[in-house]
Design a protein around this ligand. Structure first.
Ligand SMILES: [Fe+2]
Ligand SMILES: [Fe+2]
Length: 305
């Protein structure tokens, strides 16, 4: 896995150097999904929207009892669930980056890269929404208290270095999964293309956030470290539920509660979550941002061994 776009401040580079490199990378390799995805290509019969082994119920009794058609439909709803989460996560990330910019120097490369990343995320949100529509599905929209949390509560709570932890938690788990599957020949070509575009651009975002989290070690107070290192316990609990969102199962005609229970205890699904979280968990440990509360939460949620 390469984060060639500047992951480490150890080589003496300043934040400006890192931002400058990331800006260069953005100029060399960025995508415009409006033209870089073939929106006219028909869906391919018998291909999956997520590889079956990535589906949350794969290997369970419920999975074995489903028809192949129903399994493919579940893979479509699971993809839509991930893309729907992607849309609101990127919305929230952009709001935080934009807020930070109010007190930043508009002539700095750091500010310019931040804006560039926000542009990437805007195109990703269009791409996610358009792919959901193109594959004939409906998004899972935030509603009720979940909408309240994402719209009002999280922007209030997530400050300082917690912004970078939040960015990494939202980006790295999905990134690790997409890296593993985007070349899988069982995938619908439009999904494989979306993932390839996303993986390329997210590598820079992850490099940018990791660099900031690492750099913060030198300046964070103990209290700030405690907050930034533990607040992400909430993401562990949220992800445990959202990865096995009962609404997906209802859409394919399964009993949502039974399917949810089967998913969160499914050893295949737990192994996939471990794979997705391993790199991030190690990184957070290494920069002192895996606090005791967060560690227990990620373990209980089935992401961390
Ligand atoms: Fe993105
Ligand atoms: Fe991103």
């Amino acid at each position: 896995m390469s984060h060639e776009d500047g992951r480490s401040p150890e080589d003496g580079r300043s934040r400006e150097d890192v931002a400058g490199r990331l800006l260069g990378g953005s100029v060399r390799r960025s995508y415009a999904p409006a033209v870089d995805i073939d929106w006219e290509a028909p869906l391919e019969e018998d291909k999956w929207f997520l590889p079956p082994q990535m589906c949350t119920l794969y290997g369970t009794d419920i999975w074995e009892s489903m028809s192949r058609e129903q399994q493919v439909e579940l893979s479509r709803q699971e993809l839509v669930n991930l893309l729907s989460m992607g849309v609101w996560f990127e919305n929230l990330l952009n709001r935080m980056l934009l807020r930070n910019l109010l007190s930043a120097d508009p002539t700095s490369r750091d500010s310019h890269y931040s804006l560039t990343e926000m542009g990437d995320e805007c195109r990703h949100m269009v791409m996610f929404g358009r792919v959901i529509d193109r594959i004939g599905a409906r998004p899972f929209r935030l509603r009720g208290w979940q909408l309240g949390v994402v719209k009002y509560l999280l922007p209030l709570l997530i400050r300082g270095d917690a912004v970078w932890v939040f960015a990494l938690v939202g980006e790295e788990i999905f990134d690790a999964q997409q890296r593993k599957i985007h070349q899988d020949p069982q995938l619908q070509p439009i999904v494989a293309r979306l993932m390839q575009i996303h993986v390329t651009e997210e590598a820079r975002h992850i490099g940018y956030a990791r660099d900031a989290a690492k750099r913060g070690m030198a300046t964070r107070s103990r209290r700030q470290t405690f907050v930034a290192g533990n607040l992400h316990f909430a993401a562990a609990l949220g992800f445990r539920y959202l990865f096995a969102n009962p609404r997906m199962y209802a859409r394919v005609g399964l009993d949502p509660r039974a399917a949810y229970r089967a998913a969160v205890t499914n050893p295949n699904h737990i192994a996939a979550k471990h794979d997705g979280f391993r790199g991030l968990g190690k990184f957070l440990e290494s920069v002192g941002l895996m606090g005791p509360i967060a560690r227990v939460a990620w373990r209980r949620a089935g992401f961390w061994a």
